[in-house]
Design a protein around this ligand. Sequence first.
Ligand code: MN
Length: 328
Amino acid sequence: VSIADVDLIAAQSAFEKARSIVLACHVNPDGDALGSMLALLLGLTKRYPDKYIEAVSHDGVPDIYEFLPAAGQIKSRASAETFDLAIALDSGDVKRTGDQVFPVFAKSLSRMDIDHHVGDGAFGDVRLLDSKAAATAEIVFDLLGHLGINIDTDIATCLLTGVITDTGSFRFMNVTPRTLRTAATLIEAGATPSLIAERVFDNRTFPGTKLLGLCLSTLQICSSGHITYASVKHEHFAETDTLDQDTEGFINFVRSIRGSEVAILFREFELGTVRISLRSTERVDVARIANQFNGGGHKMAAGCTYYGALVDAQAAILEAVSAALPPS
Ligand SMILES: [Mn+2]
């Protein structure tokens, strides 16, 4: 356990005091955002059946994550303006919970930040922050253990999904012995890694795969091959009749190119709104770059939104990334 006992005790007392609790994750949610939030929803509901607890994802649940236990209970808007306790998971910055959800944090009586993105965005009366955790799911695993909540198959499935997706199936630099021990315990508790992999990675639709082809046809390299980027243009979505969520995982093709230090994916689902995903090897802090554009994330994975034309987004981001690239 890497969260200090004093913080776990503070979290427990916050749960006990609150009668209404809202859980929220970041916009454009990934497997860790949804998995850690659902595991906490299931665990708290089991431990505190008399409390009102809801989970909110501003951008809903991408269909590859609909298999997660209790995913159907996730709301896209908070049902009240204020709660006794508002908890953000995996969000980097509380603003990344989205335009509608963020104000709820300001009005709620107490706030909690549960995250492995540790930076300027840290907030809250209780902070369960651990930059060494590979996923927020690892922190929630420790928290549930502290609360004495039994990890059942459903909770284990949610948490293992967070761990698997945030580690690129145990391939990224964030993997530690603790990550593997946590995963082993989750499998013992009933989670099935092959089922999660099948749902998340081997579940691309036919139009979504055509979209990947169009995206990869835009692939570019610059800065001596240290920057790789690709774009999903508005007309690509229209041509294949796909949604923004169909781009899940595209960034991994861009980052897996030999020599790439920073990988960028531009998505223009709506004209005038360009969503940008950034990935890096450890030499460049892409959270800093995302912050310059009011986004967030962590050192090796971050995101932001640019309001304007795709070409302008590309020029602005490429300039910022080039400036951040250390001389080689
Ligand atoms: Mn995460």
